[in-house]
Ligand binder design. Structure first.
Ligand code: NAP
Length: 281
């Protein structure tokens, strides 16, 4: 029987630590959230982040813009927020409507307010092993491993997915902790041959029941990053939890696993940004 890694409980602990640390600052940290359009899922995410800010004693400034917002308008708002001393972090909720250039928007956010760690400068710092901010989802996974005393050193790690947001930075963080990392993607032949060798398996694909028990090594640590809906509309990950759980040593549930940790790590990044800004003044 695997130990269930409780992301919800750990996220609450991290947020409590962040809230405590924020009390020692001379000014309340602030997050600006930009939401363009009416995507209901994005609205839910934004509401969650604003709740987290309140929990941590941070201010949040919401900028809800209409679907038809022009690129220049959005860039002008970001520039204004870059200059605003009350704002320590800027978050532009993705996906953006298709007429907007996502890369240009993310690149316009000041490096020192890039609490999602999407700016090429911060991605470069991470790749060089000298990060300012850590990308929230992979950082949440690393925090879970640390909390449960799971060492990465010398372990074989398989990361499924190579997105800029999850897969690639996940691989980098595992590598920095001395894991031997294989990154898999949609063109990887015989995925099971790789996953069966993995001591630590991180799946960030977005396909229900992709990982079945026969693909998992006995005693592996199984981290399910994905957030899918199954046939009944219920939230689930990539991993067949019931099948894999008896074989794994540790496993994350969906929901209640990586999702809450991602949000907690965002709060930690805002605290980091606020500390930097207040040290400068
Ligand atoms: P993404 O950009 O769609 O990337 C998915 C990755 O999976 C791609 O690299 C793709 O390969 C790869 N892939 C597709 N089919 C595969 C297969 N059969 N075998 C191996 N790899 C395969 O998605 P993402 O943004 O990284 O997110 C991944 C999942 O994590 C989604 O379910 C998302 O909802 C979830 N997510 C959760 C959190 C959280 O906080 N829990 C945060 C972010 C994302 P190619 O590159 O070749 O296309």
């Amino acid at each position: 029987m695997a130990t269930r890694i409780d992301g919800k409980a750990l996220a609450a602990k991290v947020k409590a630590q962040v809230a405590e640390a924020a009390k020692g600052l001379s000014r309340q940290p602030g997050l600006a959230v930009i939401l363009v359009g009416n995507d209901p899922a994005s609205r839910v995410y934004v509401n969650g982040k604003e709740r987290d800010c309140a929990e941590c004693g941070f201010q949040s400034f919401e900028h809800a813009l209409p679907e038809e917002t022009a690129q220049a308008e959005l860039l002008a708002l970001i520039e204004e927020l870059n200059q605003d001393p009350r704002v320590d972090g800027i978050l532009c909720q993705l996906p953006l409507p298709s007429h907007l250039d996502e890369d240009a928007v993310l690149n316009a956010i000041a490096r020192d307010k890039d609490v999602d760690c999407f700016h090429p400068y911060n991605v470069g710092r991470l790749a060089a092993g000298d990060p300012v901010f850590l990308p929230c989802t992979p950082a949440g996974v690393m925090e879970m491993l640390r909390e449960y005393g799971i060492s990465v050193r010398g372990k074989r790690c398989a990361v499924l997915g190579r997105s800029n947001i999850v897969g690639k930075p996940m691989a980098m963080l595992l590598l920095q902790q001395d894991g031997t990392v294989t990154v898999c993607h949609s063109k990887t032949p015989d995925l099971a041959a790789i996953t069966r060798e993995a001591d630590i398996l991180v799946s960030a694909v977005g396909r229900v029941s992709l990982i079945t028990a026969d693909m998992v090594k006995e005693g592996a640590v199984v981290i399910d990053v994905a957030m899918n809906r199954n046939g009944e509309g219920k939230l689930c990950g990539d991993v067949d939890y019931a099948g894999v759980e008896p074989k794994a040593s540790y496993i994350t549930p969906v929901p209640g696993g990586v999702g809450p940790m991602t949000r907690a790590m965002l709060m930690r990044n805002i605290l980091t940004a606020a500390r930097h800004h207040q040290a400068e003044n």
